[in-house]
Design a protein around this ligand. Structure first.
Ligand SMILES: [Zn+2]
Length: 145
């Protein structure tokens, strides 16, 4: 059973989700594959977008799904790109992650199931959410301002 979706390419998206790791190994770099498909974490302060302050929209590196806007990005000092919230209405999934002996909330792309990072509740007021996202999971579509 399919959930209703406004997207016309639902079927194609569903195919992508089910394709083998070969598809992703071809499409992604080794580091991107490790993070997106194997729930890895890039080293702190190593990612391309940690210090990025330019305007634009961050999309999923795996499938291009719209995820975060630079307007929600802030410097958390953590060494990973941090956002106060995803773009409203985007397909960002949150789920319980009990790996590594911790209880965390994993954030993933709802379109391709790619691992993005985790969300913590120590962000800035008023929302106090900190979406801690790997650069390897993102691509910035810059916009002119
Ligand atoms: Zn995706």
């Amino acid at each position: 059973m399919y959930l209703a979706s406004a997207k016309g390419n639902e079927e194609e998206n569903d195919m992508n989700r089910k394709t083998s790791n070969d598809h992703w190994r071809e499409k992604l770099s080794a580091e991107e594959f490790r993070v997106l498909r194997e729930k890895g974490t890039e080293r702190a302060f190593s990612g391309a977008y940690d210090g990025e302050t330019g305007p634009g929209e961050y999309v999923c590196r795996g499938c291009g799904e719209l995820l975060f806007d630079s307007d929600a990005k802030f410097d958390s000092g953590s060494g990973w790109p941090s956002f106060t919230s995803p773009i409203e209405g985007t397909n960002v999934l949150e789920s319980e992650d009990r790996s590594h002996g911790m209880l965390r909330t994993e954030v993933s792309c709802g379109n391709c199931d790619g691992h993005l990072g985790h969300v913590f509740s120590d962000g800035p007021a008023p929302g106090e959410q900190r979406y801690c996202i790997n650069s390897a999971s993102l691509r910035l579509n810059e916009r002119e301002e």
